[in-house]
Design a protein around this ligand. Structure first.
Ligand SMILES: [Zn+2]
Length: 251
């Protein structure tokens, strides 16, 4: 059986001779790993469309164990991002996050579209950390962990000034409800940003001005929340953190 889908290349690994194993996030089928036969041969027509930073239309043939990528056509190549260290690292981080958190062949077409949007904007406009935060928040939403931010997750009441965020419950908790040990006291500006991100209002997100403190807390919060629910450590994120310390420029 044959099928095709638009795909973002998450990672490639050498297999045997001139073949590669390619892990892709496809629009129609979700994440999957397939064999690109002969891709390392100089004349392979697949060469230019199954590399990282490619957005491609791929044609697959179902195999007994692994599917084969039979043909491909490049839709977009995020070349500006590949030339830039910050963007390269953050895109690697997003690809790693998808690779570790998505189940095989479980389609998430809306998440796919959000990812394409983020990759395009980052390539056109340069690095904007809010785009990465937007992607993380979309990932959480589509994995079923959208944080409850408009009412108390315990009793459903409207929130007054006294609230905290419970990681285990996945939402804000009012002053009257019990809260476990894994809690974060969110700043008001960080909460406003989180609400904007979970509404998915990308045009507004691109224009918003954010204080350094709110941005820092937002990054910290999403990292903890992702780790809590996805339960993996993100190797690339650690690389980024290490680079931030090593480099004189601020990311
Ligand atoms: Zn409550």
């Amino acid at each position: 059986m044959y099928y095709r889908s638009r795909s973002i290349i998450l990672r490639t690994r050498d297999l045997r001779e001139s073949d590669q194993l390619v892990t892709v996030f496809t629009e129609k089928e979700g994440k999957l790993t397939a064999v690109a036969k002969g891709v390392k041969k100089p004349k392979s027509s697949l060469r230019g469309c199954v590399q990282p930073f490619c957005h491609s239309q791929l044609f697959f043939s179902q195999g007994r164990e692994l599917d084969l990528i039979t043909q491909g056509r490049l839709i977009d190549f995020f070349g500006n991002s590949r030339e830039d260290l910050n963007r390269t690292l953050y895109i690697m981080y997003m690809m790693e996050l998808l690779d570790k958190s998505l189940m095989d062949k479980a389609p998430l077409p809306h998440l796919y579209l959000s990812l394409v949007e983020v990759l395009k904007l980052m390539d056109q406009d340069g690095f904007n950390p809010l785009l990465v935060r937007y992607f993380e928040s979309q990932l959480l939403t589509h994995l079923g962990y959208r944080p409850v931010l408009d009412r108390c997750v315990g009793c459903g009441s409207r929130l007054s000034d006294h609230y905290t965020f419970s990681l285990a419950d996945g939402g804000l908790v009012c002053g009257a409800c019990p809260v476990g040990s894994r809690r974060i006291d969110l700043r008001g500006d960080c909460l406003a940003l989180l609400r904007l991100l979970s509404q998915g209002a990308l045009p507004a997100i691109r224009r918003v001005k954010v204080s350094r403190e709110a941005m820092r807390q937002l990054e910290y919060f999403l990292e903890l929340y992702l780790e809590y629910h996805v339960e993996r450590k993100f190797r690339v994120k650690n690389t980024i953190r290490w680079l931030k310390q090593a480099m004189p420029v601020s990311i």
